[in-house]
Write a protein that binds this ligand. Sequence first.
Ligand SMILES: Nc1nc2c(ncn2[C@@H]2O[C@H](COP(=O)(O)OP(=O)(O)OP(=O)(O)O)[C@@H](O)[C@H]2O)c(=O)[nH]1
Length: 249
Amino acid sequence: MPALQEKVISILEKKIKLIKTGEEALYLVGPVQLPIDLDGETATFQWYCWLRCKEVTENFERIIEKLSSINLAEMQQSSVLAYGDFHNHEDALIRMHSICHTGDLFGSKRCDCGFQLEQSLKMIVEHGTGALFYLANHEGRGIGLFSKAMAYVLQENGFDTVEANLNLGFADDARSYSDAIQVLKALRTKPVKLITNNPKKLEALKNAGMHVSGRTPLWGDVSEYNEKYLQTKINRSGHLAAVGGCPND
Ligand SMILES: Nc1nc2c(ncn2[C@@H]2O[C@H](COP(=O)(O)OP(=O)(O)OP(=O)(O)O)[C@@H](O)[C@H]2O)c(=O)[nH]1
């Protein structure tokens, strides 16, 4: 093997972790220092990304060699931004954030996702220790971007969010947290406090054996554009309303 490749492999294999999940494996790469701008202040997170593979091996060279022949850009990967002493600190705040192309990237006001993404990062930094998991296979609550566009068309024709998903043949919520939880366990075993309004996320963590010490709600950025969406989350999807009532009361 040429010298450069050996060098590349020796650099990378120190930064890869194998997480066995039954017959398959997750390969976690990181940490990479990621300085992030939050309201003009720079906060440096430790960024990790993971990939699920059928092959289970500690010979990471095999995995690195395969990368250029699989079209990873066609299937987005999930990642996590950890902050502070995430492994050891007694008290950590975490967010399991479902990808939202329209809200997170475009700043769409039809949902509250973009607001929640930015706010969660700020809350984690303020808290001192935590992590934000950015779950790339969760678009549209697990239906994918193209189907979400169709769901939006239905919503523009009188359907609510839940009805739109159901009428397209999907479950209301098809998200799985299992890979993210495996990664969380690899990074931290101490208790976590979850930023969410969704009790299903708490259940997923508890059912997987994580010690969840509590929940921090996150409502906000209510507008005429997302009012109905937020109400539907509370009335039909089981989200816990803000203290004192619905977020737009
Ligand atoms: N199918 C569908 N998905 C949507 C819609 N608006 C936002 N989403 C997706 O919903 C996901 C976020 O789920 P939410 O139900 O808003 O919130 P949650 O993650 O369950 O709960 P929180 O932790 O409190 O944010 C993201 O993946 C968005 O892409 C919509 O109108 N239809």
